[in-house]
Design a binder for this molecule. Structure first.
Ligand SMILES: O=C(O)CCC(=O)C(=O)O
Ligand SMILES: [Fe+2]
Length: 324
C-alpha cells in the first residue's frame, strides 16, 4: 500500500523575516497577509494571477502544513471514507489480482467508456466535507480551478498546481484515492489506458445558482477522469445533471449525481453540466494521463495487460506541469 506524501518542511523554516526585517512571521501568518489577486483578474486570467500563485507556492505549501498542525479538531481522512463493499474487493484485488472481476462488477456502464459506481460511503462523507469546510475557513489563499470556467468555491488538489490544497493529511488521502482506487479501476474498465496513467491531476468544484452554474460541452485532456460527488445525504439540488454524449451512437446519457457516487470516463467522451437551479453540488474531479500529457489514441497499444500489471503501482515521477 503505497501512499505518497509530498515532503513538507518540518524543520525550523516556519519563520521568515518580514519586509521590516526585525519581526518574524510564520508561513501561516505570511500566507494570510498576502494580497489576493482580484476576481476580475482571475476571470480574465491575467498574467499577474499566474505569477501570484507561482511566486507564493512554497510559502503556501508551508502555510498549509503549519495550519494542519495547529488545527486540533480536524477530522482524519482515511479508508473509512470509501464505500465498504468497494473497499473490500479493492483490498482483496491488491492481495490477489485475479479477484479483480469483483471490482469491475461494481461499475455499471451507462454509455460506452462511461461507468458509474459508488466510491465513497455517503454516511462518512461529512468527514471529508468538514475537512473541506475547515480549509475554506482557514483564511489561506487557495487556487480555484479555472480551466473551463472559474469555480470560486473549488480548489486545485494536486501538487503540480501552485496554490493547491497542500495539507499532508489531504494529500495522503488524495494519493490513496488515485493510486489504490482510481488507477487500477481505470485499467480494469478501459483498454489501452495502462501506461497513460502515470500522471495525476485534480480539482474540486462547486455549483450553486448564484455562482458558477454550468459547464459547456467539452472533453478533458485526460486519459481517464473520475468525477466524484461529495454532497451529503439530504443536501439536495435541482438541475446540474451531467450529460455524456456518444457521437457514434447519437446518444446522450443524462447523469444525476448522488452522494458518494462516481462517474469514471475516458477524457475523450464529450460532457456538459446543466445549470443548477437550487441547492449546491460539490464534486471532486480527478485525472490520470501519461507522461508528457499523452493519452491513448486508437486501439492496439498496451491492450495485453494482465491482472498483476493492473494491480501494480506506477513509479513515474510527477512532471509538475499543470494542464490548467
Ligand atoms: O459538472 C461536472 O460534474 C463535470 C465537471 C467537468 O467536466 C470538468 O470540470 O471538467
Ligand atoms: Fe470535464
Amino acid at each position: 500500500m503505497d501512499t505518497i506524501i509530498r515532503p513538507t518542511s518540518t524543520q525550523d523554516t516556519q519563520h521568515y523575516s518580514d519586509h521590516d526585517g526585525d519581526t518574524q512571521q510564520s508561513a501561516l501568518q505570511q500566507a494570510r497577509n498576502l494580497p489576493l489577486p482580484s476576481k476580475s483578474d482571475m476571470l480574465r486570467r491575467a498574467a499577474s494571477v499566474e505569477h501570484f500563485w507561482h511566486q507564493n507556492s512554497q510559502l503556501l505549501e508551508q502555510a498549509w502544513a503549519e495550519w494542519e498542525t495547529t488545527e486540533h479538531d480536524l477530522p482524519v481522512l482515511d479508508d473509512s471514507l470509501f464505500d465498504p463493499t468497494l473497499r473490500d474487493v479493492v483490498t482483496q484485488a491488491w492481495r490477489t489480482p485475479s479477484t479483480e472481476t469483483a471490482v469491475k462488477n461494481l461499475w455499471q456502464e451507462i454509455l460506452p467508456d462511461v461507468y458509474q459506481g459508488q466510491l465513497f460511503d455517503p454516511a462518512q462523507l461529512s468527514t471529508l466535507r468538514r475537512y473541506l469546510q475547515a480549509i475554506a475557513d482557514a483564511n489561506i489563499p487557495i487556487r480555484p480551478p479555472y480551466g473551463i470556467a472559474l469555480n470560486s468555491n473549488g480548489a486545485m488538489l494536486d501538487a503540480r498546481s501552485s496554490g493547491y490544497l497542500a495539507t499532508p493529511n489531504f494529500q495522503a488521502f488524495y494519493h490513496r484515492v488515485m493510486n489504490q482506487y482510481m488507477r487500477p479501476i481505470a485499467r480494469l474498465l478501459f483498454a489501452n489506458v495502462y501506461g497513460y496513467d502515470t500522471q495525476t491531476f485534480g480539482f474540486s468544484i462547486q455549483y450553486q445558482p448564484t455562482g458558477d452554474t454550468s459547464l459547456q460541452l467539452h472533453t478533458d485532456a485526460s486519459a481517464v477522469t473520475m468525477n466524484i460527488n461529495l454532497n451529503l445525504p439530504g443536501e439536495d439540488f435541482t438541475g446540474s445533471e451531467v450529460d455524456f454524449v456518444d457521437r457514434h451512437l447519437g446518444q446522450t446519457k443524462r447523469a444525476i449525481f448522488k452522494p458518494g457516487m462516481a462517474i469514471i470516463h475516458r477524457g475523450s467522451v464529450p460532457h456538459a453540466a446543466h445549470p443548477i437551479t437550487s441547492g449546491k453540488r460539490t464534486n471532486m474531479v480527478l485525472w490520470l494521463y501519461g507522461d508528457n500529457m499523452q493519452v491513448p489514441r486508437g486501439v492496439g497499444l498496451n491492450s495485453h495487460i494482465d491482472a498483476n500489471q493492473r494491480w501494480t503501482d506506477t513509479h513515474s515521477q510527477p512532471d509538475n506541469f499543470a494542464p490548467f
